[in-house]
Design a protein around this ligand. Structure first.
Ligand SMILES: *[C@@H]1O[C@H](CO)[C@@H](O)[C@H](O)[C@H]1NC(C)=O
Ligand SMILES: *[C@@H]1O[C@H](CO)[C@@H](O)[C@H](O)[C@H]1NC(C)=O
Ligand SMILES: *[C@@H]1O[C@H](CO)[C@@H](O)[C@H](O)[C@H]1NC(C)=O
Ligand SMILES: *[C@@H]1O[C@H](CO)[C@@H](O)[C@H](O)[C@H]1NC(C)=O
Ligand SMILES: *[C@@H]1O[C@H](CO)[C@@H](O)[C@H](O)[C@H]1NC(C)=O
Ligand SMILES: *[C@@H]1O[C@H](CO)[C@@H](O)[C@H](O)[C@H]1NC(C)=O
Ligand SMILES: *[C@@H]1O[C@H](CO)[C@@H](O)[C@H](O)[C@H]1NC(C)=O
Length: 913
């Protein structure tokens, strides 16, 4: 069990995410990525060999005089292991441990930033609400109920299953997240047997580990749980599978961060507790199958429990941004579609007009800070309700003292360039100058938002009303009427949902949804679901409801659909359900962030498309795969097949067709013959013309209850620039005479992955600099670094010493690498040094912590060298050179030619006397 003392170290880890995870003090873009998955110094996790247990493992450490402190017991039916902290960090010790007969596998434990950190106490729940699209005012106050169509459910046919009474009854769904606010009336109001949230566990409670997974500080898990199973509530929506019971596994901290060992434990405990489906709205940027979290999740899937996880929200970086464990084979990875409607939560208030005894209601969208309970007269900064530049300039001298009013200000739909000359921030500051404290914005502008939090302390409350409401008030004021607005704080007032259609980009893929494929070209993600602009439950202490966005929201919707399918079809078999959902999904058109194209969106972005729960529940045609991977040009799958099964009672003839999706170039420049031109392109990717062709039978008749094998012979697209790494994809279409209309997505790369440079050739990003100076440029060759004699203290502990002029090596990765080496090569040394030859190069040894496994792509790797090698030896003074070697995709770790090698300029190492 974690004791309170250990919790302190967890908090320390979280804080350290932002201070000490990379050795060189870094200012580069990769900081965030590195921070999202950083090894915790001296912390390791083992899987214990068969026939041994934790006691015999720890006994074997003691027998070798290895000092350690136990951290977590990870003893479950599918994983027998433990995590622990060593007192030293040298490779000798870890090699010794890895070689013990009690050990099956050993990994460093990484801390993981799974969700955006949320400084909860400073954030009001309405904060994000204010950023939503402004209401157009067509029907206020409005309401959104299940019966008149909760759009995420309409988009995915969940409403049609609810209409048939299918709600996921009796299915046990585990949610691995930040816990669940089970006191929420829409989440059952209680915890334990008989409650909606009926089981679970907590690794990060205020007092350490316990069995109470209450979401006391974040809210993310509460949102996820509501998407799955919210019960009827005043806002008029329900979860997609309100008949399930939920197991809440609080395996993330208040900051949305976690540890690999805890996540491995959480998945395993959720499995051992008898969960039928496991949902994890998380994505950790590895993209590899082989790290322990992916291994754990794959084992659970192989035992018949579907695990549904997020693709991630880093699609703006382009291809190969999809995270683990969703990259694992058999694990369902979910992309994010923009809601067809843009809901916002409105608070009901009233106003009175002089000369009238009525007090009509209006609804407003609370900003941050929200307007509290007040009753004040209204003053408009312009008498023209079509003004384009309201309050963009300082207000005239005859302006009254605005502290006595709620100020009405217009935000118009200016084009971006003009918009930037007068933002909300400028308006607010002009109004504040005249004493304004409370503001109400009327707007047709989709981008209206509070831009600068630093202004917020100057205002006491802000909100937004519809354009038509604002216009009406301006008209009344112009008639000389006095208007008083009566606000009630959103924490107590009645709230309603306003949910206009999103005609701009509703039902398209969210541009920030992460892209597959996996590094080894498995087809990822599997499918898409609405995740952008999703209403769900939130912590009761923070407003109870919230609209949130990301694959964190599309994932639980798919999880809930698995539960509906489990009830409808009587199986939770992960392979069957994934194949059904994939085959019945509807491919979506390519949206480049501003325009919608006729082509379909690439499979690496959408998987098979938008899931269709009803079609999947009642399809009588089954495919034996969910996608076809044609791989790259070295491993091209020139001929393949799939099986089609007719479960119906009639013979069916299936017609086969092919629709290509947009092909995309992964690289910004052509790496043939100039490797320096290779770098992964960002969204929106260039879409060259050219797609694969497929040879397929035109039709096959399949007798009732039998199967047929359908051969597929693909030809990759011709005429494309292989040097820019074309990623092609599309859909085999299958129409049955029984009415089933199915798709089978495929994807491949028309280039050789092994020939791609993993490490950047850009000298700006491949250099040596002084560790203690983030901004120092590359130092010239043969620069002398005079450093303290290394003590073996981990570099992290040395960070506060800003005087340390250690040599810092910086390399930049384009692609992921299964094995990354940073070795120290001696040139001339003043003393005795044993060298070894590794892959054809004579080295003194590796830098501390190297070699590293399963490295994500993109961004800089920076490491300083103290003079101490990974095995704890200290090199003598002398002239050295760093060599970085990254195993190429599909490379053989024993082959020299399968590494991408970058040498840095030589440097001279001296020790302070
Ligand atoms: C972990 O395992 C060890 C060895 O079996 C045992 O002594 C210890 O109590 C366990 N800790 C927990 C929290 O179960
Ligand atoms: C909202 O929907 C609920 C449930 O259908 C209904 O009782 C209520 O009257 C509606 N409110 C408004 C303002 O339409
Ligand atoms: C609006 O204000 C302008 C300038 O102060 C004034 O000239 C105009 O008559 C006003 N219009 C109305 C409708 O009150
Ligand atoms: C509006 O309020 C002002 C100030 O309180 C008052 O002088 C004026 O008579 C009011 N006008 C109307 C139409 O009630
Ligand atoms: C299958 O049906 C869809 C829509 O019903 C149609 O667009 C497609 O062309 C059909 N495919 C074949 C092979 O007939
Ligand atoms: C670095 O020093 C070595 C040995 O003194 C010398 O041969 C080499 O030319 C120097 N390199 C540069 C770039 O000055
Ligand atoms: C080099 O290796 C030899 C043989 O293992 C050993 O005796 C010697 O101490 C080593 N020297 C250094 C400087 O590590």
């Amino acid at each position: 069990m974690f004791k309170p003392a250990l919790m302190v170290s967890f908090v320390g880890v979280v804080v350290s995410l932002f201070a000490t995870t990379i050795d060189c003090q870094s200012s580069n873009d990769d900081f965030a990525l590195n921070a999202r998955a950083a090894p915790i110094p001296r912390s390791y996790m083992v899987e214990i060999a068969d026939g041994h247990d934790i006691e015999s493992f720890y006994g074997s450490l003691q027998a070798k005089n290895i000092e350690f402190s136990p951290s977590l017991n990870i003893t479950y039916s599918l994983f027998n292991g433990a995590s622990f902290d060593l007192s030293t960090n040298d490779a000798d010790t870890t090699h010794t441990i890895a070689g013990l007969p009690t050990v099956k596998g050993l990994w460093p434990v990484r801390s993981l930033q799974v969700h955006e950190p949320l400084a909860d106490d400073s954030v009001e729940p309405w904060h994000s609400v204010y950023k939503r699209r402004a209401p157009d005012g067509t029907s206020f106050p409005s309401n959104q109920t299940e019966s008149n169509g909760f759009s995420p459910h309409v988009m995915t046919q969940v409403d049609k299953l609810h209409a048939k009474g299918i709600t996921g009854k009796g299915v046990k769904v585990a949610v691995i997240d930040t816990g669940v606010d089970y006191r929420h009336p829409a989440l059952g109001g209680c915890f334990g047997p008989g409650c909606l949230v009926s089981y679970g566990y907590d690794w990060f409670g205020l007092l350490g580990e316990d069995s109470d997974p209450f979401d006391e500080c974040n809210g993310h898990g509460t949102h996820v749980a509501g998407i799955i199973a919210a019960q009827p509530n005043p806002l008029g929506f329900v979860g997609a599978a309100p008949g399930v019971t939920i197991g809440a596994y609080k395996a993330l901290t208040c900051f949305g961060s976690g540890r690999e060992d805890v996540l491995v434990a959480a998945f395993n405990k959720a499995f051992d507790d008898g969960s039928d489906i496991i949902s994890f709205s998380g994505s950790i940027p590895f993209g590899w199958n082989e790290h322990p979290l992916s291994v754990t999740v794959q084992r659970i899937v192989e035992k018949g429990v579907p695990c549904i996880t997020s693709a991630g929200n880093t699609g703006s970086d382009g291809l190969w941004t999809l995270g683990s464990p969703g990259a694992g084979k058999g694990v369902a990875s979910v992309a994010n579609v923009i809601n067809a409607e843009t809901p916002s939560i409105h608070t009901v208030a009233s106003y009175s007009v002089s000369g009238s005894s009525e007090s009509p209601q209006f609804t407003w969208n609370a900003g941050n800070p929200a307007i509290p309970t007040i009753s004040m007269p209204l003053w408009a900064s312009s008498n023209d309700s079509s003004v384009e530049d309201d309050a963009c300039s300082p207000l005239p001298p005859d302006t009254p003292d605005l502290s006595k009013y709620v100020v009405l200000v217009r935000d118009s739909d200016l084009p971006a360039s003009e918009f930037s000359t007068c933002r909300m921030m400028n308006k607010i500051s002009n109004l504040v100058e005249r004493g304004a404290e409370y503001m109400i914005v009327y707007s047709t502008n989709q981008h209206t938002q509070i831009i600068d939090d630093s202004l917020l302390r100057w205002i006491a409350g802000i909100g937004m009303v519809s354009a038509s409401q604002g216009e009406e008030w301006v008209k009344l004021l112009n008639q000389g009427r006095n208007i008083t607005l009566n606000f009630e704080s959103p924490t107590t007032a009645k709230q309603v949902i306003y949910s206009p259609k999103n005609s701009k980009n509703g039902s398209l893929l969210a541009p920030r949804s992460s892209w597959g494929l996996s590094w080894e070209l498995d087809v990822k993600p599997q499918f898409s679901a609405p995740g952008q602009d999703i209403l769900s439950t939130w912590r009761t202490a923070k407003g109870s409801y919230k609209i949130d966005s990301g694959t964190s929201m599309s994932t639980p919707l798919v999880t809930a659909i698995y539960a509906l399918l489990a009830e409808a079809r009587g199986t939770t078999d992960p392979v069957t359900l994934e194949n059904l959902l994939s085959a019945t999904a509807k491919p979506i058109k390519w949206y480049d962030g501003s325009e919608v194209h006729d082509d379909l969106a690439p499979v690496p972005q959408q998987g098979s498309g938008l899931v269709q729960a009803y079609d999947a529940a009642f399809a009588t045609t089954l495919l034996n795969v969910s996608s076809l991977a044609f791989n790259d040009s070295d491993h091209f799958v020139g001929s393949t097949s799939f099986k089609i099964t007719n479960l119906g009672t009639q013979d069916v003839t299936y017609e086969f067709g092919h629709v290509a999706a947009a092909t995309v170039y992964a690289s910004a420049g052509s790496y043939i013959p100039d490797l320096a031109a290779f770098s992964l392109a960002t969204f929106p990717l260039e879409t060259p013309i050219g797609s694969a062709t497929l040879a397929l039978p035109s039709a096959i008749r399949v007798a009732a209850g039998s199967s047929a094998v359908v051969p597929v012979v693909p030809t990759p697209p011709a005429g494309l620039d292989a040097g820019r790494v074309p990623v092609y994809s599309g859909f085999i279409t299958i129409n049955g005479t029984n009415g089933d209309s199915l798709v089978l997505p495929y994807a491949g790369v028309a280039s050789s992955m092994r020939s791609l440079p993993v490490l950047s050739r850009n000298p700006e990003w491949t250099k040596i600099r002084y560790w203690n100076d983030v901004f120092s440029p590359a130092v010239p060759a043969n620069t002398t670094f005079t450093v303290p004699f290394p003590t073996g203290r981990p570099n992290e502990d040395l960070l506060p010493d800003l005087e340390l002029p250690l040599p810092c090596a910086m390399f930049t990765r384009n692609l992921g690498s299964a094995l990354l080496r940073m070795d120290i090569v001696p040139l001339e040394v003043d003393g005795e040094l044993n060298t070894t030859e590794v892959l054809g190069i004579k080295i003194a040894g590796s830098a501390e912590r190297y070699p590293l496994r399963w490295f994500p792509g993109r961004g800089a790797t920076e490491d300083s060298f103290t003079g101490m090698l990974a095995d704890g030896r200290v090199v003598p003074e002398g002239r050295y050179q760093f060599v970085m070697r990254a195993l190429k995709i599909f490379g053989d770790p024993d082959k020299v030619e399968d590494y991408d090698v970058r040498w840095l300029p030589p440097f001279v190492l001296r020790y302070r006397k």
